[in-house]
Structure formats: structure tokens, C-alpha cells
Design a binder for this molecule. Structure first.
Ligand code: TRP
Length: 458
């Protein structure tokens, strides 16, 4: 244990795992998904899905890691035999691919922070045009995404306690503070309440199958589930810690930040008479217009503050994504941590180049003929995240129920939580992992297959 490193306390683990969960998924993706999927109804389904499917899967992931005390591959192999090791490798591959494009978007946030606070972005006549030109620009993107990856690697190289845990303990509270200050401002704007209504009063007429499975994918992504990230972090957790309680705190923090991000953004959007259904540009195109309207000084402060917040949130997530393959290399290949970190960071950066150049910089990457003319970034995100994560969660629930067995899961959770055995929580987690998760996620795949491969639309 000592050789592998570990978190120093429960708070350290909870903040690091919450830092992993809270990221672009909450502040960039959640609001635009909510805006596109009808507002409050999406929020409701997302929360339902988090508790009904995701929470037990989170507990399962942490328990697997803590039991095996190994990386994602090593843990599945140790508990399930070599063939299950592949599930770990699949997770590590998804993690690498997600980080490769995630880092690009984080680079945009980093660039926007600098351009708003210290440059003249807010004087731009059209933010849509600005965004389009910005993401197609090669040199800025190279610098900012390389910069973001270097900062990530620097922290991960410092190890679990001195790097990951410390960074999370500083950044997570800061993030909450910035968020609350910004919300305080946004709620005082004219027409802010229209945004609050859109966000909090559900209109179920908008609801369809697409909404439901967007919510499932969003919940997996946001909670960092399905690819062994929490197996890896779980392997650094002490045996006397209460896993279900930690998972509850992580889940609540994640939902809280997503919820607050919506509460910040929709009042801003409605107070400017803008459309909530703007897609991925919502945060980058709509928000700067609002910051501009605040006047030059306040705009730089509030706008810069917002994008700085986005960078912090993204950084604790890129850290966790990089740790997944790093732990694998350190544990399985016995490479020194430092080399594993810098080598992997470089590799992931290179893998991310096509995604980075796919926003208009290089035509061949921007419009993939075999993928309906969508960009490489969309392709990687849809395959490895939208499909990969729920697939990982589906297979994990089968692994627990049929290979590792529920009794072993219960034994592991009961360590550090004596009253777990036989409790309502115990029955609930077992029930979800044996029935709800495999059935719901199985249906999810049938829908995706039908849609993506056979062209049905629901
Ligand atoms: N949860 C992060 C977000 O919401 C992204 C993320 C970090 C992630 N680590 C992960 C997603 C591991 C899946 C698996 O932005």
C-alpha cells in the first residue's frame, strides 16, 4: 500500500473523487444538454437516473478497487481472471480517448479565461464567429491544450497525496465559492426568473427516449463512472473508510455543481432573451455576450471568473483521467511514476491532435465521411464516452453479480461500515446491480444500436 501511495483521509478521497466527477461535464455539458432537452424534465430524469442506476455502480467501482488494491486492469484480473482483465483494458482505453478530447475543450476554457480577463474578447462583434475562428485556430489551441496537459501531468507526477489530493482540497472549495458568487449576480438580473422557471418547472411534453438516454450518458460521464476511474481511486482508499457514505457525498457534490451551473446559466440566458437550446457552444457563445453586457470591468471580472472556474473543474477531472492509465503502467509495467506520467501525457496529447484540429483547422478531421460528416471530436466523444461508459457500467454490473458475486461486494463494503450487512442499502445496491442496471443499460444499447447502425429514430 505504502509503495502505491494513497489518500491521507476520507476527506482527501471524497474531494479527489468529487473533483474527478465535477468537471466540464457539469458546467459545460450539463447546461447545454438541459437546454436542448427541455429544461426541468431533463434535470429530473438525470437525478433519478443518478440514484437509480449510477450510485450503486459507483459504490461497486470503489469496492472493486479497494478490494484488489490495483489499477483498473489489475483489479478485474485479480478478482475475475485474465479474461475480465480486458474489461479493465477497455476502460483504460476509453479513459485515454476521453482525456484526449477533454483536454482540448479544457484548453478552450483556458484560452477564454485569458482572452476575457486579459485580452479584448468582450469587444468582439460576434461571439459565434469568434468561437468558430478560435477553435479552428491552430497555434492558440496547440499552446493552451499543451499547457493544460502539462499542468495536469505536473500535479499527477506529484503523486496521490501530494498532488491529486492537495490540488482537489484547494480547488474544490474555490469552485463552490466562485459558483455561488456568480449565481448571486445572475439571479438579480431582469427576467432571471424566466430562466429559473425553464430550469425548475418540468414540461413533460418534451420528454422522449432520446432525452432519457442522453440523461443516462450524462450521468455516467458526470459521475466519472464506467471505465475504472473510481476503481483506480478506490484502490487508494483505506479499509476502514465507509464506502457508501463517501459515494453519497461524491454524488451529492456532483449533482450540486451541475444543478448550480444550470442555476447560473439559465437566468443569464433568459435575461438576455437568448435561446437555451444552443448546443455545445452555449457556454462559449452565449455567455460572453452576457458578460459583454455587464460592461468592460464587471464583464472581465465575472466572465474571467466563470472561465477560471471551468478550468479548475476541468483540471481535477483531467487529473483523474490521466491517473487511470498511469496507475496501470505503474502497477503492471513497474515503470517509475514520473516516467509513466510524462510519457502518458505526451501520448494522450498526440492522440488528441486530430480532435483538436477537427474544429475547422483540417478539413479531413473536421468532417469524417464514414461518420456522417461529423468531426473527429464528436466521433471520439460519442464512441468512447456516450457509448463506452454505459457499456463499461453494464459489463461491470454483470461482473459483480455473476463473477465476483454480491456476497464478496457486501463483504468489502461492510469493512468500515459494519451496519451495512442486511441493511436496506445493502438490498438496494444488490437489487440495482443484479437487475436494474443490466436491464436498463441493456435496453440503452439496443436503442443506440438501432439508432446508430440501423438508422431508426425514436
Ligand atoms: N466527470 C468528469 C466531468 O464531468 C469527466 C471525467 C473525469 C470522467 N474522469 C472520468 C468521465 C472518468 C468518465 C470516467 O467532466
Amino acid at each position: 500500500m505504502a509503495a502505491r501511495g494513497g489518500f491521507s483521509s476520507r476527506l482527501g478521497f471524497v474531494l479527489a473523487a468529487a473533483g474527478s466527477a465535477v468537471g466540464l461535464g457539469n458546467i459545460w455539458k450539463f447546461p447545454y444538454e438541459t437546454g436542448e432537452n427541455g429544461g426541468a424534465a431533463f434535470l429530473l430524469i438525470y437525478i433519478l437516473c443518478t440514484f437509480l442506476i449510477c450510485y450503486p455502480i459507483m459504490v461497486g467501482e470503489i469496492a472493486i478497487g479497494r478490494r484488489a488494491q490495483s489499477d483498473a486492469y489489475g483489479s478485474y484480473k485479480l478478482l475475475g481472471g485474465k479474461s475480465w482483465g480486458f474489461l479493465g483494458l477497455f476502460g483504460i482505453l476509453c479513459g485515454v480517448m476521453i482525456l484526449s478530447f477533454y483536454n482540448v475543450v479544457a484548453g478552450w476554457a483556458f484560452g477564454y479565461f485569458l482572452e476575457i480577463s486579459f485580452g479584448d474578447l468582450l469587444e468582439t462583434p460576434s461571439f459565434g464567429d469568434f468561437f468558430g475562428t478560435y477553435v479552428a485556430d491552430v497555434s492558440d489551441n496547440l499552446i493552451f491544450s499543451l499547457g493544460f496537459m502539462l499542468i495536469t501531468a505536473f500535479i499527477v507526477a506529484k503523486g496521490v497525496k501530494g498532488g491529486i489530493e492537495k490540488a482537489s482540497k484547494i480547488m474544490m472549495p474555490m469552485l463552490f465559492i466562485i459558483l455561488l458568487v456568480l449565481i448571486g449576480y445572475s439571479l438579480t438580473l431582469p427576467n432571471a426568473m424566466d430562466g429559473v422557471k425553464f430550469y425548475l418547472l418540468p414540461d413533460f411534453s418534451e420528454l422522449n427516449l432520446e432525452t432519457i438516454y442522453s440523461a443516462v450518458g450524462q450521468a455516467f460521464f458526470s459521475l466519472s463512472l464506467g471505465l475504472g476511474g473510481l476503481i483506480t481511486y478506490g484502490s487508494y482508499v483505506e479499509k476502514n473508510q465507509n464506502i457508501t457514505q463517501s459515494a453519497t457525498m461524491i454524488t451529492f457534490m456532483d449533482i450540486a455543481v451541475a444543478f448550480l451551473a444550470g442555476l447560473l446559466i439559465f437566468p443569464l440566458v433568459f435575461s438576455q432573451g437568448q435561446e437555451p437550446a444552443q448546443g455545445p457552444g452555449l457556454v462559449f457563445i452565449v455567455l460572453p455576450g452576457i458578460f459583454q453586457a455587464m460592461g468592460p470591468i464587471l464583464g472581465k471580472v465575472i466572465g474571467g471568473g466563470f472561465f477560471l472556474l471551468l478550468c479548475f473543474a476541468a483540471l481535477t477531472s483531467t487529473i483523474s483521467l490521466l491517473e487511470i492509465p498511469v496507475a496501470y503502467i505503474v502497477d503492471q509495467k513497474k515503470v517509475a511514476r514520473k516516467w509513466a506520467v510524462w510519457g502518458m501525457a505526451l501520448l494522450v496529447f498526440l492522440i488528441g491532435l486530430p480532435s483538436m484540429l477537427s474544429q475547422g483547422a483540417v478539413a479531413a478531421f473536421s468532417s469524417l465521411p464514414f461518420y456522417g460528416g461529423k468531426s473527429t471530436l464528436d466521433f471520439v466523444a460519442e464512441v468512447f464516452s456516450d457509448i463506452g461508459l454505459p457499456l463499461g457500467g453494464f459489463l461491470m454490473s454483470i461482473f459483480i453479480a455473476h463473477r465476483w458475486k454480491l456476497a464478496a461486494l457486501t463483504d468489502e463494503i461492510a469493512q468500515g461500515n459494519e451496519s451495512y450487512r442486511g441493511s436496506f442499502m445493502n438490498k438496494y445496491i444488490n437489487f440495482v446491480i443484479s437487475y436494474i442496471a443490466p436491464v436498463a443499460l441493456g435496453l440503452f444499447f439496443l436503442v443506440i444500436l438501432a439508432e446508430k447502425i440501423f438508422g431508426f429514430s425514436f
